[in-house]
Design a protein around this ligand. Sequence first.
Ligand code: 4NP
Length: 154
Amino acid sequence: MRILFVCLGNICRSPTAEGVLRQKLADAGLGQRFEVASAGTGDWHVGKAPDTRTQAAARKRGYDLSAQRAQQVDAEDFFSRDLILAMDRANLAHLERMRPEGSPARLALFLEFTGSTVAEVPDPYYGGEDGFSEVLDLIEAGCDTLVAEYGGQR
Ligand code: 4NP
């Protein structure tokens, strides 16, 4: 199963989701069955490592995001991924607009898809430290659900 997480810049939320899900899948012995990636709807940070605040917050909980590099989502992703999960409604709307007609990927809001009562992972970029740990709380819970519900699928 090929999963793509999408946020705006691909330096805060979606790289966190990529790193957390990858780690949780590896811990559950399911790493081989999934291909996990992330991308941004915007192109400002393409080629850059995740934001230093994002990396620091993730590192505190045991996730290493340092090898990731930002990329921008493109039309091909709607054919090469099974599931595209947006971090907020604005990015979901952007993805719906760019989606090629007839493309097979399933597209959803990440937290809604994982049954959370909170719909969006808030953008932490212009806020303080608390925002980064809130992002991790929401993403860890969502990824736990993904591993539990989709762990048996290919
Ligand atoms: P992300 O956060 O979408 O979670 O990666 C942001 C990163 C950069 C910007 C906005 C949000 N920016 O405006 O550059």
